[in-house]
Design a protein around this ligand. Structure first.
Ligand code: ATP
Length: 514
């Protein structure tokens, strides 16, 4: 574990050093859980967004996009349930003055039982060697069974408390299991309180009677309240979807793990409107479609898994997370939810407007059911960054850090490098760069040795380097170096656009989805 933590720290440091992600307001000692994207980060982020947007809106005839405002009428958040129920249970430690999510403290305690079980299994595996039957051991070993029993007991008590919204019981669990503050090491806890995650601000001047408004905690509601506008003006027929990319804000109690949990982040959400009764069929469709989208990037199929929800939000009748293997374990990157007709019905009720869809085939009106796919851009960015990072030992004391980004989403697609800074090579290199830059993000670099320049491009994940040397002036050929294999081959300048185009275009990725 410690090793994985070190790897993660190294990746975070790399992200800063190479212009991917900076702490917000760093010169003022930072603003907690808020981050800025640097020159390379913004390119990667934009490419991820483009991959999602085009997969949604260009590959589906019946999905269109919108861009709704961050501010919305405050009653929207009353209708959606966020004002009353978008809460996390928090608890403070009186000695460290640190604030924690009570549910997370207990979940960590539950995870400790699994760690104990895994330790027993690892010990036994070592002892028995080849003949070890892990499944049998897990089912029969008394110590494993005892840990599992205790885990299930705690889990059940915890779920009951969460479902009943019983804050006193959550505190009692923390006391009974002697959970200590990891910083102060004490059990000097306050009571558990509910904490609403929405940021509030005021709109209009106080003299006019300012209105309290919220920064949206999800982009979805902007889609719901516009669904009929889009349906009517776009002459959409059910089933159809509306996609949106935009900022969301949550006053997270404990912001951890770099850009995994931020207070200002970006979501890519698609709401798919279907006939009542057909929602589970479409839920299954989107569950599979979304995993295919992730896997097409080629980061490794084994890094994904579904986590089907047993406990459903009150409005949902099916929900799954797509989890990705981060350096700190499998974590949610995307949620796929069958939200029934809850949101639209609530908006109908609170706005007093009829927002039913008229289905010409059935000749009847109804409130559509909705399947939502909701993915965090920043979490997606983090999963790409972590899985592509490699500190590679090249032998003979040589090493490099390389980001194996899938070429279509790499921030920089190619770099043009004159071998030396004289003899007309820079001019020729510039000429090539100017030709390529219409189609590809393309850098020019003439500083330092060619080896150092290759390393710099590897460290930001540039898939191709194009080296211009004296031979280029004679026969118009260059050396094309490929990032992952480091192979070099001689190609004609005239071929560059075709070669690069076939490897780095987003189309090559999108075509895998059909
Ligand atoms: P979590 O359980 O991790 O808090 P959630 O279930 O509340 O997440 P959703 O409300 O389903 O998340 O939001 C959809 C997606 O938005 C998540 O899968 C995640 O990728 C992203 N997301 C949610 N909260 C944050 C955050 N604080 N920072 C970054 N991304 C987030």
């Amino acid at each position: 574990m410690a090793k994985q933590e070190d790897v993660f720290k190294t990746i975070v440091a790399h992200a800063k050093e190479y212009g991917f992600v900076f702490q917000s307001s760093e010169i003022y000692d930072g603003l907690s859980a808020v981050y800025d994207y640097g020159q390379n980060g913004v390119e990667l982020k934009n490419n991820i967004k483009r991959y999602w947007w085009e997969a949604m809106t260009m590959l589906n005839d019946n999905i269109v996009g919108i861009d709704s405002a961050i501010f919305m009428h405050p009653t929207i958040w009353k209708a959606s349930g966020h004002v009353d129920a978008f809460n996390d249970p928090l608890i403070d430690n009186k000695d460290s003055k640190k604030r924690y999510r009570a549910d997370v403290l207990i979940e960590d305690e539950i995870a400790k039982f699994d760690e104990k079980i895994n330790k027993e299994v690892a010990k036994a595996a070592k002892r028995f060697g080849e003949s070890f039957d892990e499944a049998m051991f897990r089912q029969t070993n008394p110590r494993v069974l005892e840990h599992a029993r205790k885990r299930d007991e705690l889990h059940e008590r915890f779920s009951n408390a969460m479902n009943a919204n019983d804050l006193a019981e959550l505190k009692q669990i923390i006391l009974d299991y002697e959970i200590v503050d990891p910083i102060s090491g004490t059990r000097n806890w306050t009571d558990v309180r509910q904490f609403n995650l929405m940021f509030k601000t005021e709109m209009g001047s106080t003299a006019d009677g300012a209105m309290e408004v919220y920064l949206r905690p999800e982009t979805a509601q902007g889609i719901f309240v516009n669904y009929l506008n889009v349906q009517k003006t776009g002459r959409m027929r059910i089933p159809f979807g509306i996609a949106q990319i935009g900022k969301a804000f949550r006053n997270e109690i404990v912001a951890r793990q770099f850009i995994f949990r931020m207070r200002e982040f970006e979501q890519m959400e698609m709401q798919f409107f279907v006939r009542p009764g057909e929602e589970l069929k479409w839920f299954e469709h989107w569950r599979q479609t979304r995993l295919r989208w992730h896997k097409a990037l080629g980061l490794g199929d084994e890094k994904y898994r579904y986590h089907d929800h047993e406990k459903l939000a009150h409005y949902a009748n099916a929900a799954t997370d797509i989890e990705f293997m981060m350096p700190f374990g499998f974590k949610e990157v995307e949620g796929i939810h069958s939200r029934t007709n809850f949101d639209l019905s609530q908006h109908e009720k609170f706005s007093g407007k009829n927002i039913k869809y008229f289905d010409p085939e059935l000749n009847e009106s109804y409130v559509p059911y909705v399947i939502e796919t909701s993915i965090g851009v920043d979490r997606m960015f983090l999963s790409v960054l972590c899985s592509c990072y490699e500190a590679q030992d090249l032998g003979n004391g040589d090493s490099r850090v390389v980001l194996h980004f899938p070429a279509p989403i790499a921030p920089v697609k190619c770099a043009v490098l004159p071998l030396v800074k004289k003899d007309g090579l820079p001019e020729k290199a510039r000429e090539i760069q100017h030709k390529l830059r219409f189609d590809f993000t393309c850098q020019y670099d003439e500083k330092d040795s060619i080896g150092k320049r290759y390393r710099r491009q590897d460290a930001i994940g540039t898939p191709f380097c194009i080296t211009v040397d004296h031979q280029t002036l004679e026969d118009n050929t260059v050396t094309l170096r490929e990032r992952d294999s480091m192979e070099q081959r001689r190609v004609s300048v005239d071929e560059l656009e075709t070669i690069l185009g076939s490897q780095v275009s987003l189309n090559s990725l999108l075509k895998k989805l059909l």
